[in-house]
Design a protein around this ligand. Structure first.
Ligand SMILES: Nc1ncnc2c1ncn2[C@@H]1O[C@H](COP(=O)(O)OP(=O)(O)OP(=O)(O)O)[C@@H](O)[C@H]1O
Ligand SMILES: [Mg+2]
Length: 231
């Protein structure tokens, strides 16, 4: 449903992505792995329209979306949970969740369903963004993306900096989203979480895909694990 073909992305003159291709399918978790600086976030930003590829294309449901503005891509059904989470510090949890939602457009996700998915956010609904823990901020960031009723959700290191119990909670949430039929693109540094969740893994190294395969294959590929992941 979402496909990246041979993209080359630059920051100014620096050539970061050298022909990355990947596919995200409905009801599957596609995992994107690689060391710091490998180009994972750059790939996601190119898919979301924040960066335009100089070569190659991003296709969503048969339509070439490369270079389209990010707000249009997000309206087409791509939800984005950025690495820095982007919770507004001076808005309440509830305001953060509803600020970008589109009222009147009846979709699957409502505030009530977000609170059902994240009971803690319901308890914290009147707290301000800056008062939240890292895990709660991550929940707000995911909830806010869901409020736009995406068909695909792109998560950039959702477990980064979180305690193991919270990581497991996020893992369960991602499973639920996949089971509801969403396509998930997951960037992870936490290999355990990625192996548990990923239906297919792409490993990036220096802006190129150096491995594609399932969890079983990746788990047994010691060369890839030691060279390109921090194992
Ligand atoms: N705004 C920018 N301007 C110039 N270079 C950048 C910019 N953002 C990232 N880079 C460079 O692009 C390369 C890929 O960065 P990217 O953020 O995509 O890596 P990443 O795989 O997401 O890493 P991390 O795991 O640390 O988040 C790195 O060498 C980085 O220094
Ligand atoms: Mg990154």
């Amino acid at each position: 449903m979402l496909q990246v073909d041979n993209i080359h992305t630059y920051y100014g003159d620096s050539h970061i992505l050298h022909g990355v291709s990947l596919k995200v399918k409905a009801g599957q978790v596609t995992s994107l792995l690689g060391r710091n600086g490998a180009g994972k976030t750059t790939t996601l930003l190119t898919m979301m329209g924040y960066l335009a590829p100089r070569q190659g294309s991003v296709t969503y449901k048969g339509q070439n979306i490369s270079g389209k503005p990010a707000h249009r891509i997000s309206r087409m059904g791509l939800g984005f949970v950025p690495q820095e989470r982007g919770v507004f510090p001076s808005l309440t949890v509830e305001e953060n969740l509803t600020v970008a939602a589109r009222p009147g457009k009846d979709g699957r996700w409502t505030l009530a369903r977000i609170y059902e998915l994240f009971p803690r956010l319901k308890e914290r609904r009147t707290n301000l963004g800056f008062q939240l823990s890292g895990g709660e901020q991550q929940m707000v960031s995911i909830g806010r993306a869901l409020m736009l009723n995406p068909e695909v959700i792109l998560l950039d290191e959702p477990s980064e900096g979180l305690a193991p119990l919270i990581v497991q909670e996020i893992v369960e949430i991602v499973k639920r989203l996949r089971n509801e039929g969403l396509g998930v693109l997951l960037i992870e540094q936490n290999l355990g979480a990625a192996l548990e969740l990923g239906d297919v893994h792409y490993v990036l190294s220096k802006g190129q895909v150096c491995f594609v395969g399932d969890s079983e294959t990746l788990r047994n590929d010691e060369a890839v694990l030691s060279a390109h992941l921090s194992v």
